[in-house]
Design a protein around this ligand. Structure first.
Ligand SMILES: Cc1cc2nc3c(=O)[nH]c(=O)nc-3n(C[C@H](O)[C@H](O)[C@H](O)COP(=O)(O)OP(=O)(O)OC[C@H]3O[C@@H](n4cnc5c(N)ncnc54)[C@H](O)[C@@H]3O)c2cc1C
Length: 413
């Protein structure tokens, strides 16, 4: 029997496990393959909705589902965190004593989380909308009570997930206080280590005029060094400081300890993968997808989803003995709401640079559709829509050493 273990049942892990269960249905039924998932969380939260909870007061309980309900019935769930991943000896260890699982293939999809402890004072001073729904709802309580003063948003360390989210939070604050009728009493200031409001120049050119028009200050080239929660000041490595009344910064992010302590992660704790077939360096049978990788693209759910399909197809092809390989093109896509029912997209691949896309109502509707279909997409019920939207832009198919027509591929996803 071939044992496939997926570590993490978030956006990418659920997709890869469910795709494997569909691709290998016959083999699973015959007892030739087993797909097992490890995740210690009870619930899967739809993270993009944290922004709605923090800045629009959306219901924090409506954005989560039990992890089991998002997995194909043929996928076995071990509702436990993984405490060791041993790639050389092909086993993982759970938290309970004696919980050791051997594997033939492994997919690591543990994501990353805010790690405010990297910056002195940040934990005490800051409220963030990247940690969970509960923390995001506290941001909403604070802004609801805010009568006027200075709010500082922005970026404290790289990389972090969903690159547009700090900008988005600033636009949503502008919308919130405008609707409340007190925008003239609120100063919004956006700090960033970059020398422009968004790292990709074409998007920066799109949003810079919006910042000016909406009277949002930008503090560029500001690398956060520390925060003084008593004096209410953020200090930069460059020796500058910015004062605040409320602080909603996106903290630096880190992978879980089980990855950071492993030999297969780099000095900063990201899993080192091949950027095309996503195998972990030195291990042909181990793969990593989503936010925990060192891939040179944005950390976002769409990427985790597309990478999950690529990896599931490659493992399935190998088990079925089909000479077909899928190579990820680095397709990324992040939405940035600019407020008042408009949004832009940051889209590209390893080869295709980001283009200028102006905010529109149509893009906002697309974002809303993605959030409505998210749970079904995790279950694999919306692959047709993903194909329609992403086409063959996210992988190349290689058969017998040559590029093949995607329509002729043998694996169905
Ligand atoms: C505010 C915000 C807005 C966002 N907006 C967008 C957007 O508009 N579009 C977009 O595409 N993306 C967006 N994202 C990013 C997106 O949510 C993530 O990139 C995506 O969830 C990454 O998927 P993943 O599978 O890599 O990690 P995750 O979905 O985070 O899953 C990781 C899983 O690993 C589990 N885990 C952790 N440690 C262990 C352990 N030791 N053992 C076992 N399991 C463990 C966790 O419980 C979790 O279930 C946003 C994120 C935030 C915070």
């Amino acid at each position: 029997m071939k044992k496939i273990t997926v570590i993490g049942a978030g956006t990418g892990g659920a997709i890869v496990a469910n795709s494997l269960a569909r691709n290998l249905k016959k083999e699973i039924q015959k007892g030739q393959v087993q797909v097992t998932v490890f995740d210690g969380a009870k619930y899967h939260e739809f993270q993009p909705a944290y922004l709605g909870v923090a800045f629009r007061g959306s219901n924090k309980n409506a954005i989560k589902r039990p992890i089991r309900s998002l997995l194909h019935p043929d996928v076995k769930l071990i509702n436990e965190n993984c405490s060791e991943i041993n790639l050389a000896n092909e086993f993982v260890v759970g938290e309970k004593p004696g919980q050791r699982i051997d594997f033939d293939y492994i997919v690591i999809a543990l994501g990353c989380k805010p790690d405010p402890g990297q910056i002195p004072g940040l934990t005490e001073a800051n409220l963030d909308f990247h940690t969970n729904a509960q923390a995001s709802s506290i941001v909403y309580d604070r802004i609801s009570k805010f009568k006027g003063g200075k709010i500082v948003t922005g970026i404290t360390g790289l990389p972090y997930k969903c690159p547009p989210s700090p900008n988005e939070s600033t636009f949503l604050l502008h919308e919130f206080f405008t609707k409340k009728g007190i925008r003239d009493r609120v100063k919004l200031s956006f700090i960033t280590p970059y020398l422009r409001p968004y790292p990709a120049e074409p998007i920066s050119e799109v949003i810079e005029p919006l910042y000016k028009e909406r009277n949002i200050e930008t503090v560029l080239g500001f690398n956060v060094d520390s925060v003084d929660p008593v004096k209410k000041k953020v200090f930069s490595v460059e020796g500058e400081s910015v004062s605040y009344d409320e602080l909603f910064l996106v903290p630096p992010h880190a992978t879980p300890n089980v990855i950071r302590k492993a030999e297969f992660s780099d000095d900063e704790g990201w899993v080192v993968v091949d950027k095309r077939d996503l195998h972990v360096k030195n291990y042909d049978y181990a793969f990593a997808i989503g936010d925990n990788t060192n891939l040179p693209i944005s950390k976002a759910g769409v990427e985790a989803h597309l990478e999950g399909i690529v990896v599931a197809n490659n493992i399935s092809a190998e088990i079925k003995g089909i000479s077909e390989r899928y190579l990820f093109t680095g397709r990324f896509q992040c939405t940035m709401e600019t407020g008042f029912h408009k949004a832009t997209f940051v889209v590209g691949t390893y080869q295709k640079p980001v283009k200028k896309i102006y905010p529109s109502f149509a893009n906002y509707v697309k974002k809303k559709i993605m959030s409505k279909i998210y749970w079904n997409a995790e279950l694999g019920k919306c692959e047709w829509l993903f194909k329609l939207n992403f086409g063959k832009d996210y992988y190349d198919v290689i058969r017998d050493g040559k590029t093949a027509a995607p329509a002729a591929r043998a694996i169905p996803n």
